[in-house]
Design a protein around this ligand. Structure first.
Ligand code: ADP
Ligand code: MG
Length: 269
């Protein structure tokens, strides 16, 4: 089953009186349990795509399905409810509440869950702070912790709702190299242990190589899709698919069209 399906999604932003096309015709499926990197340069649409998948914002056109449920037709209350059960978020700037302790930050999203008792909340806070190695920091506030520790709190907070998907927008961008790698390893460990699907964005090639699925975007479009088995990436370039489709079209319309475009016989397939 696909935990996320994105079908022909477009997203335009209105900036003053100008339309900015942030996503153009994105179609993509995400299998359950993968460790997926969305890579691309700054401004390519990574955050916009994560916001669409996380139901933080709605596409201008197209559909999003989470666990086969279409979310692009839900009311804002229904969306908030779905988010609080299925999607954990990790941000570049950690986004912890500064006046709350680590434990209170992790507990916070659970306060919106009437199905989780107070006792269960306290248990989950302990369990997930322990999982990220912060048992001794339950009472610390964000400004009493390092960047890496803050991101660990954010990971525990995302896990506490026991989500099907964790979305992480450039989770290592504000950390030094060693701490960033540590955080990625922790996410990877959790992915393998709990089978939580992770979708994270990055513009860092080292981070991409820790993933087992890749979606590379540029100018709001998908350029490459990748699957890694063992150490080897199998990469499909969307351009090649298009070239193959054009070649098939030319095949059916005859060799003359092919020659007139300068495509050698037996070319792209
Ligand atoms: P990335 O995360 O890859 O850096 P973004 O998704 O943030 O890219 O942005 C994609 C494009 O959409 C950029 O051109 C950006 O300027 C534009 N954009 C993003 N958010 C908004 C917004 N709220 N209003 C107007 N333009 C936006
Ligand atoms: Mg971004």
């Amino acid at each position: 089953m696909h935990v996320v399906r994105v079908e022909r999604v477009f997203k335009d932003y209105l900036l003053g009186n100008q339309i900015v096309q942030a996503l153009a015709n994105i179609t993509l499926q995400v299998e359950q349990g993968v460790f997926l990197a969305i890579s691309g340069p700054s401004g390519s649409g990574k955050t916009t795509l994560l916001n669409m998948i996380g139901c933080i914002d709605m596409p201008t056109e197209g559909q999003i399905f989470i666990n086969d449920q279409e979310v692009t037709c839900l009311s804002s209350d229904e969306l908030a409810d779905l988010r609080s059960r299925t999607t954990g978020f990790i941000f570049q700037t950690f986004n912890l509440l500064p006046v709350l302790s680590a434990a209170e930050n992790v507990e916070y999203p659970l306060l919106y869950r009437s199905d989780v008792s107070k006792e269960e909340r306290k248990q989950r806070v302990k369990y997930f702070l322990n999982m990220v190695g912060l048992s001794k920091y339950m009472g610390h506030r964000p400004n009493q912790m390092s960047g890496g520790q803050r991101q660990r709190v954010a990971i525990a907070r995302a896990l506490a709702i026991q989500p099907a998907i964790i979305l992480a927008d450039e989770p290592t961008a504000n950390l030094d190299k060693a701490t960033g790698t540590e955080i990625l390893h922790l996410m990877q460990e959790i992915n393998q242990k709990l089978k939580t699907t992770f979708i994270f964005s990055t513009h860092d090639q080292r981070v991409v190589d820790m993933a087992n699925r890749l979606v590379r975007v540029e100018d709001g479009s998908i350029q490459e899709l990748g699957v890694r088995r063992g150490g080897e990436w199998a990469i499909a370039r969307v351009q090649d698919y298009l070239a193959a489709a054009v070649a098939r079209e030319l095949d059916t319309s005859g060799g003359d069209a092919r020659a007139s475009l300068g495509i050698p016989a037996g070319g792209a397939h």
